[in-house]
Design a protein around this ligand. Structure first.
Ligand SMILES: Nc1ncnc2c1ncn2[C@@H]1O[C@H](COP(=O)(O)OP(=O)(O)O)[C@@H](O)[C@H]1O
Ligand SMILES: [Mg+2]
Length: 601
């Protein structure tokens, strides 16, 4: 029942670099498959474009040698005209190639992002916990973008750089064979110089990525925890922490930058020294009548083209290690299966729809990696039309218990049944309509009050929304908000108070009209009077539905049809308030810690 963990592949360390490159190539190939025709077009355009570039210096040499030297104006004009035409072809091809290349690379990014998103949507809390939200966000955005950039670069360079290099050498040979001997020296010198620098840059780039992550993490934590930081007056400490992370990033970026700035002068030195050598050697050849002036200018142009292609190729290889890391991170998400597997043969509920009979049969649950189960051998039944309450101290497993019903996690033993169907076999669509969970920490989405209330039931009318708000004791404050139902809600519901957020979450569940309501400590932020009014209104509204209320406050649950007492993950008692007061020590202790003997009676 263990989730797939591709990151923990045993052969990983040994074959690491090899495996990663395979991942990058596999990822790109898989996602470029739908665009094969466009890519063929790009390759053709690049081919024409490069050939045109290669042809130009030869034409130029012809103008000098056959036109200028011989004073043939007609020849100069026609060949010049040809050069203009070739240049136009080159320009058009280059623009089209970049246009289609950019489109394809962006499409690739979009497709990968969509798949990563779909995959993440299927994750249960277990997989979410493994990756963590910040990492999943970076993987979906930044990491995909790096792969996308590499693709864009390769569309431009993969074709043109090799042709330019080989073609350049051929054309140079065509101009003058003895002079081309110099290339045997110049090209390796440039190649080795650039490779030496790039090899030192690769590890630095990996560090840059990691330290960007650190800065993100620290910043994220500080923005989220700003209230705690203020309350504990830890601004100074946090500032130091951020400065540290920030300085570390600057340090490694500077080192990478220094190497980068070393690169250009070094490359230019090689290039310029080569030109001097070519001009010097070529001058002697012209002097001795073995070569023409035009041929020398063409030769120098080809030399530049060859060196440029070598440089561009090296730059591309510089991007590869970063893209490799990113591809691996993306692929890891894509390869991770969810531990809450959707049913193979989804079962719809019996005809006439479910009534909401909820049964837990011998349920055990163990968090991944935990030694002890959090819940043990829990069997209980919640009946339609009745209120079942669960009480227990913090950490006794109440929230975990509720989470098993809508399959936030799957049980590790036993089973949960809704109207006789194991929830693991239940059609997810039926499940989402049947279960209304109000989580302990309710989350509201950015949008409006109405968009949040309609989250589970997009067709609800305004009247239905107001009715739900009324029951949830939220009508007054929503009416007071500017815009009423259309009042804006900030991300996470941060512009309303904790108690208001709870009541909006309750209203959201009411709008869904499910057959099972699960309230996880949903009344804790309310004062006693509001709590009481809300529960009275709820009883009318929930009618024939099954209601499960988790609470720590005795007054909230004492009127329930049945109370289940949970202690350290076990059911230690169940019955009405009166029955439990008589016969259950744990319950008595909880009650008497909150109420006096008279109040409890
Ligand atoms: N995501 C998690 N991973 C590991 N352990 C957890 C996780 N969530 C809760 N627990 C553990 O499970 C126990 C029960 O937690 P919970 O169900 O939230 O209790 P309650 O809602 O009754 O306060 C606690 O001891 C807690 O430490
Ligand atoms: Mg809880």
């Amino acid at each position: 029942m263990d989730a797939v963990r591709p990151g923990q592949n045993p052969g990983r360390t040994r074959a690491c670099s090899l495996r990663v490159s395979v991942v990058l190539v596999r990822l790109i190939r898989a996602y470029l498959r739908p665009y094969t025709r466009t890519i063929t077009l790009i390759v053709l355009l690049q081919l024409v474009q490069t050939l045109a570039t290669l042809y130009l210096p030869t034409l130029n040499a012809d103008i000098i040698d056959d036109g200028v030297v011989k004073g043939d104006t007609g020849y100069i004009l026609t060949t010049g005209g040809l050069m203009v035409a070739v240049t136009l072809v080159q320009i058009v091809c280059a623009i089209c190639a970049v246009y289609f290349g950019a489109r394809t690379a962006m499409a690739l990014g979009r497709d990968i992002r969509a798949d990563v998103f779909d995959r993440v949507q299927s994750f249960s809390a277990r997989e979410m916990g493994r990756f963590g939200a910040p990492s999943l966000i970076t993987r979906t955005t930044n990491d995909v973008q790096q792969v996308q950039m590499l693709c864009l670069m390769s569309f431009t360079l993969m074709v043109s750089a090799p042709i330019m290099c080989v073609g350049g050498i051929a054309m140079a040979l065509n101009q003058d064979v003895p002079l081309s001997g110099l290339l045997l020296l110049i090209v390796p010198v440039l190649g080795i110089t650039v490779t030496l620098i790039v090899r030192r840059m690769r590890p630095l780039f990996r560090h840059v990525q990691e330290r960007i992550d650190t800065v993100n993490r620290v910043l994220r934590e500080q923005i989220t925890g700003i209230r705690v930081i203020r309350a504990f007056v830890r601004d100074g400490h946090e500032r130091t922490r951020f400065t540290g992370a920030n300085a570390a990033l600057m340090d490694v970026s500077l080192r990478a930058g220094r190497l980068m700035s070393l690169m250009f002068p070094t490359v230019m030195l090689v290039v310029n020294l080569s030109s001097v050598a070519v001009v010097w050697a070529g001058g002697h050849r012209i002097d001795s009548g073995g070569m023409q002036i035009g041929a020398l200018t063409a030769f120098i142009s080809y030399l530049m083209q060859i060196l440029t292609s070598v440089m561009m190729a090296t730059f591309m290889f510089m991007m590869v290690p970063r893209a490799e890391v990113c591809a691996e991170r993306v692929q890891e998400v894509l390869d991770t299966g969810t531990s809450v597997v959707p049913p193979l043969k989804p079962v719809a509920l019996p005809a006439g729809g479910g009534r909401g009979l909820l049964e837990l049969r011998g349920v055990e649950f163990r968090y991944p990696g935990a030694e002890e189960p959090v819940l043990r051998d829990i069997s209980l039944t919640a009946h339609p039309g009745r209120t079942t309450a669960v009480i227990g101290s913090t950490g006794s497993g109440k929230s975990t218990l509720l989470g098993l019903v809508p399959r936030l996690f799957d049980v590790t033993d036993g089973s949960v049944h809704l109207d006789g169907v194991d929830v693991r076999d239940l059609d997810p669509a039926v499940m989402s309509r049947s279960i209304g969970l109000v989580p302990q920490k309710p989350y509201l989405f950015s949008g409006t009050v109405a968009s949040n209330l309609r989250y589970g039931n997009p067709d609800a009318t305004d009247e239905e929304l107001w009715r739900a708000l009324e029951t949830a004791q939220a009508r007054d404050f929503v009416e007071a908000m500017e815009g009423g139902l259309e009042a804006p809600i900030a991300q996470g519901g941060s512009n309303v108070s904790g108690g208001q957020r709870q009541r909006l979450a309750i209203a959201r569940a009411l709008v869904l009209k499910p057959s099972v309501y699960l309230f996880d400590d949903s009344f804790s932020a309310l004062d006693y009077a509001t709590d009481a009014r809300l529960r009275a209104a709820l009883t009318d509204e929930t009618g024939e539905a099954t209601v499960v209320i988790v609470a720590q406050r005795v007054s909230t649950i004492r009127g329930a049809d049945r109370i289940v007492v949970l202690d350290e993950g076990r059911v230690v008692g169940s019955g009405t308030h009166g029955e439990l007061m008589d016969g259950n020590q744990t319950y008595r202790e909880i009650v008497l810690s909150q109420l006096t003997e008279q109040e409890a009676a």
